[in-house]
Design a protein around this ligand. Structure first.
Ligand code: ADP
Ligand code: ZN
Ligand code: ZN
Length: 823
């Protein structure tokens, strides 16, 4: 006779200190069997704690002896948050980007589902109470007994004077401290007032004392609007306290109930419906090419290289429609910064409630609710930033990555994945189509697309055939020679005056807030740097202080040089704040909106500024990169770049590419509609090919020169890079670790007979451009290789070896595969 065996689940536990990708077997108790499946989020005991974990596999048997396997204690969601596809993808992510599996899994979920733990106290039933019990001990025990378990914080608040006593009780094992999972995902509930029938309302009005003015207000409100309303909204609307409603509930005049509400961040907005536009011949050609594999449900990818205003978004919308008609789902990624109301509106007005929006300015709860809509199949299109790529869809037909060259598609913390690679991987699984769109494709994508026969789609004219705006380069060295010491060249100055007179609008770009606003002594050359991070301190005029942008270290502004006592201290370079000041000085009465990290920190502020600018409440929109992207204002006829050099001089092999992209993007802001536009770029390097190509809107020419440079110095796309960063408090130890790694790897590659080959090659160890962060020194090595997976495995193994040899738990070594930022 067959004995019924329990089911087992393989679980990846969320334990930060566990340095392995180990998988643990747990028993699935019969009662939980219907709820536990691949992708479930579960609570399990792990040592003394209860932790969260993810089921990656179900099975009939376990290699572990049965008594060693513990049961799953909780299932945390009614539907598993991850699909089998995503679970499998996590294996690939962890291998491709050298991270732990749990890290890959957590990156796929909204943060509301990531575990938070709370500490709770219970009475330990096993311990006999000490014979002499203090009165306060009795109180505490009684309190906990009554509630069964209490959070430590709550207990401390309730017995503020007895924290010592509580500690002793824990030490003596009278109280047990345990960890529990705190579920942040709990849905939002709100108190809602439910009115009685209209007829009853009339009756209550008659019964109501004429002194109870507030109650009468409520009754009259419901006579007019016989609908449920949140109690808080009603009290705000009528200017009365919620006590009024509670008193009325007590009389039985109305009901107050808890109702679950979906936090829809776009609920207060209505979207006009839009219908598909008749595509131009050029658009139609692109549409047809993508539509072919899409209709056949075959995997394919395309680079859509289209100038700004060439009608890419309209093509996306129509392709999505085709995808939806097939009963499949679509993911659209846009850079965080471009995810403005304007963009969302275009999708919402075409597809209405089928669209979910995911971006970082939503609260954790709002994001979770949007995610749940996807999970519950209420949405078929998700538009969002990087992480939207992990939307738990199971029938994906189309993935679009707009502005694919943006560096925000690369995640800078582990898992350091690139959205493009994940998109291709998911599309292969679903037999879906990927479209990478950009006016200035990244060199890597362009190079790959040009090598394939059918991957490149060009769209080189704007929809209405509007010309791209003329671009003027102004040599700032000449300005200085001619005696113009202001930050505005004569050309820019005149152009600004002209637009203000005509009532047209201006976008000014000052890249990187305060990036170059450093303190310099003109007598001896002293510059103020952060004692912890070794980077220049940035001057903040309004607070009269200088501050480190990495760790926040702050000093008073200097009046005198600390080295030579000279008073010729100058605050060099310009940030957006300084440009704003100069604008108001040189152009009295000019209205400026400044957008940078400082002015957009608050939720919704980004939108607020853009709306004000659209409503023509300002003449100038001044800002960092964030003004360069995706905005579309009909009255902007002048774009000015204060200093192109700030990007050009970044310590990064992509500096020229980034400069070209930024200048092209910002130029695209001018003259998008009837009024013709003009662009003025100020620079100290007017002969550089990236500026000259940007001036002539000549991507191909730029790419040719840049590819030559890359080939010459051996950089991507001609090889792959691996960035290894070491950090520790002591420089000696770091250098030692770095050298050990280099030695091990190069002798290994020599033994393999690669000595005469150029690659793989290891550079460093050298001090990182960010040499010190938060009192830890940083060194780095860069490995150039030809993309073989073997190399990554070798490097990982060697890093483990170095860590073992050095055996210092403060030594951190991290790997970044295909790094975007070389800091
Ligand atoms: P991109 O995404 O390439 O910058 P958009 O899709 O935003 O371009 O198109 C630019 C402008 O042209 C938008 O105002 C859009 O509504 C309009 N447009 C796009 N396609 C068409 C079309 N086929 N007919 C008329 N107008 C169009
Ligand atoms: Zn000095
Ligand atoms: Zn610092």
């Amino acid at each position: 006779m067959k004995e019924s065996n329990p089911m087992f689940a393989e679980v990846i536990v969320d334990v930060a200190t566990e340095n392995t990708n180990r998988i643990y077997d747990y028993i699935v108790p019969d009662a939980l069997l219907p709820w536990v499946t691949v992708g479930s989020r579960v609570g399990v005991t792990f040592g003394p704690r209860v932790v969260q974990g993810y089921v990656i596999q179900m099975k009939q048997t376990s290699e572990y002896p049965r008594e060693k396997c513990k049961p799953i204690t909780r299932v945390l969601d009614s539907l598993p948050p991850l699909t089998k596809e995503l679970i499998d993808l996590s294996v690939w992510v962890s291998e491709r980007y050298a991270c732990h599996r749990i890290t890959a899994i957590k990156a796929m979920l909204p943060s509301a589902l990531r575990a938070k733990y709370k500490r709770v106290l219970r009475i330990n039933e096993q311990t006999a109470l000490p014979s002499i019990v203090l009165a306060e001990e009795q109180d505490i025990i009684a309190y906990i007994q009554h509630k069964q378990k209490v959070e430590l914080n709550e207990l401390l608040t309730h017995f503020p004077k007895h924290s010592k006593v509580i500690q002793t009780l824990i030490q003596n094992n009278v109280l047990l401290e345990q960890q529990e999972i705190k579920d942040k995902a709990a849905s939002k509930q709100r108190l809602t007032v439910i009115p009685p029938h209209k007829k009853a309302l009339q009756q209550y009005v008659e019964q109501c004392s004429s002194n109870a003015k507030a109650q009468l207000k409520v009754l009259h409100y419901f006579i007019e609007h016989n609908d449920e309303i949140a109690i808080s909204a009603l009290s705000r609307e009528l200017g009365i306290t919620t006590q009024v409603m509670k008193a009325m509930e007590a009389k039985g005049w109305l009901q107050i109930q808890k109702r679950e509400v979906a936090r829809d961040p776009y609920a207060h907005r209505t979207f006009e419906t839009s219908t598909p536009l008749q595509l131009t011949t050029n658009q139609q050609r692109v549409y047809d090419d993508v539509s072919k594999p899409l209709s056949l449900q075959q995997y394919a990818w395309f680079l859509l290289h289209g100038v700004t205003g060439s009608g890419k978004t309209e093509i996306y919308l129509q392709l999505i429609q085709q995808c939806l008609d097939q009963g499949r789902e679509a993911i659209v990624l846009v850079p965080e910064i471009a995810l403005t109301a304007q963009m969302v509106e275009r999708f919402k007005s075409r597809f209405g409630d089928l669209v979910a929006v995911l971006h970082s300015r939503l609260s954790t709860g709002e994001r979770y609710d949007e995610w749940k809509k996807i999970k519950n199949s209420n949405c078929k299109v998700v538009i969002g930033a990087r992480s939207a790529l992990f939307a738990p869809f199971d029938r994906i037909g189309l993935i679009i990555i707009d502005e694919e060259h943006e560096s925000t598609y690369k995640q800078e913390e582990s898992p350091k994945y690139h959205a493009k690679h994940i998109a291709l991987k998911r599309a292969q699984h679903h037999q879906a189509v990927v479209v990478l769109g950009s006016a200035t494709p990244s060199l890597e994508t362009y190079y790959a697309a040009r090598r394939g026969k059918e991957n490149y789609l060009g769209l080189h004219v704007r929809v209405g055939n509007q010309p791209l705006p003329p671009v003027q380069l102004v040599d700032m060295r000449e300005e200085l020679k001619e005696g113009n010491r202001s930050m505005f060249s004569r050309a820019l100055h005149e152009a600004i005056e002209d637009r203000c007179e005509k009532g047209e609008q201006i976008v000014l770009l000052m890249n990187r807030r305060g990036f170059s606003t450093f303190v310099l002594c003109r007598s001896c050359g002293f510059t103020a740097t952060c004692p912890h991070c070794e980077i220049s301190l940035t001057y903040h005029r309004h607070q009269h202080h200088i501050r480190c942008h990495y760790c926040g270290y702050t000093e008073q502004e200097l009046k005198q040089c600390p080295d030579c006592q000279s008073e010729h201290i100058r605050y060099f370079g310009v940030g957006t704040q300084r440009v704003e000041e100069q604008l108001t000085k040189y152009f009295p009465g000019i209205r400026v909106i400044r957008m940078d990290m400082d002015t957009t920190r608050e939720k919704g502020s980004h939108e607020k500024w853009l709306t004000q600018f659209r409503e023509k409440k300002a003449d100038v929109l001044l800002g960092t990169q964030m003004v360069a992207k995706g905005l579309d204002f009909p009255d902007v006829t002048l774009v000015g770049v204060i200093a192109a050099d700030t990007t050009l001089k970044l310590p990064d092999f992509r500096a020229a590419e980034k400069t070209f992209q930024l200048l092209t993007q910002v130029s695209g802001r001018a003259g998008r509609h009837e009024l013709p536009g003009e662009v003025i770029i100020q620079t100290y390097n007017p002969d550089h090919y990236s500026l000259l190509s940007a001036q002539h809107h000549d991507y191909e020419k730029f790419v040719l020169q840049e590819l030559n440079q890359r080939k010459l110095h051996m950089y991507p796309p001609y090889c792959h890079l691996l960035l290894i960063t070491f950090s520790h408090e002591h420089i000696d130890l770091l250098i030692h670790a770095g050298e050990m790694l280099v030695e091990h790897l190069s002798s290994m590659w020599q033994r393999e007979g690669n000595a005469h080959q150029a690659l793989p090659q290891i550079l460093g160890p050298v001090s990182s451009p960010l040499a010190k962060v938060k009192d830890r020194y940083r060194f780095q090595c860069v490995i150039k290789y030809l993309g073989e997976a073997k190399i990554l495995k070798q490097v990982q193994a060697t890093i483990d070896q170095v860590k073992n040899n050095i055996n210092d738990k403060h030594l951190m070594i991290s790997i970044d595969v295909d790094p975007q930022m070389m800091l």
